[in-house]
Structures are given as structure tokens and as C-alpha cells.
Write a protein that binds this ligand. Structure first.
Ligand code: ZN
Length: 319
């Protein structure tokens, strides 16, 4: 099904570590999906997670993406350069009464819970600071410390329609509670930044790993609160290793920089990612050449296994 308006896809790496084969596959699919529809592709560096963003990582990510043969149709948007835009969106949420100040530390949120929750990185926020302070300034004065802002999540489930993943219902209020949109250091938080910058860049299609599905429901709520359109979401299963574990951005994982340093032909990496995504392509192919072979219906529904044999073959594919 083709949409009447032109597709605008995006590549949005977080420069907190080296990019690996899992990223390569997701970014290539995002590129292919937009290009196969005759659309544009934009690049955004999600570098707001200050303590985890290491110097040089933006340049490293740019080199990796260019090495893969990915192309983007405008200058990259670096999120940290657009703080006034993001802060204006936070102010708009405050004006609409969609937020409240919160002075809780992470440790306090954890202690406030009767039992720790398994599988959740962030503990559910129990609403401690709801209706507690009239303003951010008052909260900081009264508490004698910095305050962030949380989004008041409306009660009830939302259904997230995805062009690939099965439809799913999420109850954000129940599962994660009111979430942070402005951190205690007064910088915009991740979910807010994604939503505002997707709209700012005119992104119509968001293709990413299905580990981000739970984030999607939070973004859905923020889009509604800010009067922004929902993009077409496409969440693909991740790339996993021999043991079925997801590739993560750890130093010991296989990075694209390492493949490049060892002289691997990027066209072999592209061909691997394409075939793992149900595409029929030659053994070596550029990202642009492969675009026409992409069809979302042909992408396998299960995680892509990148085992030792696959890696050995990739390492043998010298340029
Ligand atoms: Zn609080």
C-alpha cells in the first residue's frame, strides 16, 4: 500500500558507543524502506544522553554510516544543537497542564515501590509528586534541589498500529507511570526529543528495532498532547548472536569500525543485511543498488541470527 504523501524516513543513531551489525541492518532497512517508496532519508544524531555520549562518537557514527553506503538528503540534525526547540515543546506541555515538577531521584523512585519489577530498566513512577508543587520554581525552592518535569500519562490503553509488528495495546500509566520529559538538569529527555524532532524534520516513517516498541506508546501520548501526527511505525526484530542474545553496544561486540579496520568490503555487509531481510541481491551490493529489492512483506518475522559462521564469511570478504 503506497501512501499519497512522500515518505520521509530517518536514521537516528545515539552516539553512545560504536555501531555494530545490528545497527547496520536496522539503518539499512530504514534507508531501503524509504527509498523503495521513492522517499527521502534524513539523519539525526540523538546525542542528548550527555553522560553516555563520548567525544568523537558522532564522527565515528558518521564514518560507519557512510562506509555502509548510506546516504541522507540534508545536513545531519544534531539534537544537542536544537535545545531551544526542544525546550519550547516542554514549555508548551507545561502551558497545557500536561506536566508536573518532580524532585525524586532514581533511588527514591525505586525505594517508593513495594517490590522491584523484573525486566524494567526504569522503575514505574508511583506519582509521588503529582499535585505536590504549583511550579518548577516552587518545587526547587521547597525541596532545596533541582526538579525535572514529568508528563501526566492519561489512564487507559492505547493501540499501537505498526506496519510490521502485530498490533499491541499498551497501558503506559500502569506500566511505567508518568515519565520524564525534562530532566533534573533541565535538559529535554529522550522521548520528548524523539517526538519533537521527528515532527520538526517532517519524518513520516520510523523504522527501528522492536526493542523500542514500549517507547512507542509513550511517544504516541506525547504526539497527541503536542498535536503532532503519528508517523508510520515499523518495528523489526533485532539481530541476535549464536546464543540468541541481542547485540548490544558494548565494547566487546563486533563493531562496524572493526570490520572496516580489517578491510572487509562494506558491500558484503550490505548483502548480508539485505539477505537477512528477505531480499534477493548479489553477494556484494551497495546500499543504493539494493534499495529496489526491499519489500516489507518479505522481511522475516523472527530475529536475525548472526552466528560465528556468518561472521567468518563476512570477515573473509575483503574489499
Ligand atoms: Zn517525584
Amino acid at each position: 500500500m503506497r501512501r499519497a504523501s512522500p515518505v520521509v524516513g530517518r536514521l537516528a543513531p545515539s552516539p553512545t558507543g560504536l555501531l555494530h551489525l545490528g545497527h547496520a541492518r536496522t539503518f539499512l532497512c530504514a534507508f531501503w524502506s524509504a527509498r523503495a517508496a521513492g522517499g527521502r532519508v534524513l539523519l539525526r544524531m540523538e546525542d542528548l544522553d550527555a553522560p553516555r555520549v563520548r567525544p568523537g562518537m558522532i564522527d565515528a557514527a558518521l564514518r560507519d554510516l557512510a562506509w555502509l553506503g548510506l546516504e541522507w538528503d540534508a545536513a545531519p540534525l544534531v539534537q544537542s544543537h536544537g535545545l531551544p526547540r526542544l525546550q519550547a515543546a516542554v514549555a508548551e506541555l507545561v502551558r497545557r497542564g500536561a506536566t508536573y515538577p518532580c524532585v525524586c531521584s532514581r533511588a527514591e523512585v525505586r525505594r517508593a515501590l513495594s517490590a522491584p519489577q523484573a525486566g524494567e530498566v526504569e522503575p514505574r513512577y508511583p506519582g509521588t509528586c503529582r499535585e505536590r508543587f504549583p511550579s518548577l520554581e516552587a518545587a526547587e525552592r521547597r525541596a532545596g534541589r533541582a526538579a525535572g518535569l514529568r508528563f501526566r500519562v492519561p489512564d487507559g490503553e492505547v493501540e499501537i498500529r505498526d506496519a510490521f509488528a502485530p498490533p499491541a495495546r499498551y497501558d503506559v500509566a500502569r506500566d511505567s507511570g508518568d515519565f520524564v520529559v525534562s530532566k533534573r538538569d533541565h535538559t529535554p529527555a529522550y522521548q520528548l526529543a524523539v517526538v519533537v524532532d521527528d515532527a520538526f524534520q517532517g519524518v513520516t516513517e520510523v523504522l527501528r528495532g522492536d526493542d523500542l516498541l514500549p517507547s512507542t506508546a509513550r511517544q504516541w501520548h506525547l504526539q497527541r498532547a503536542l498535536g503532532l501526527p503519528h508517523p508510520r511505525w515499523i518495528h523489526l526484530p533485532l539481530v541476535v548472536d549464536d546464543a540468541g542474545r541481542r547485540f548490544a553496544k558494548r565494547a566487546d561486540d563486533l563493531s562496524l569500525a572493526e570490520l572496516r579496520a580489517r578491510g572487509v568490503d562494506p558491500r558484503a555487509v550490505v548483502a548480508w543485511a539485505a539477505r537477512a531481510s528477505g531480499m534477493v541481491v548479489p553477494e556484494r551490493v551497495t546500499a543504493a543498488q539494493a534499495s529496489a529489492a526491499f519489500a516489507l512483506e518479505s522481511v522475516p518475522r523472527e530475529p536475525v541470527r548472526c552466528d560465528g559462521q556468518t561472521l567468518a564469511r563476512l570477515f573473509a570478504a575483503r574489499g
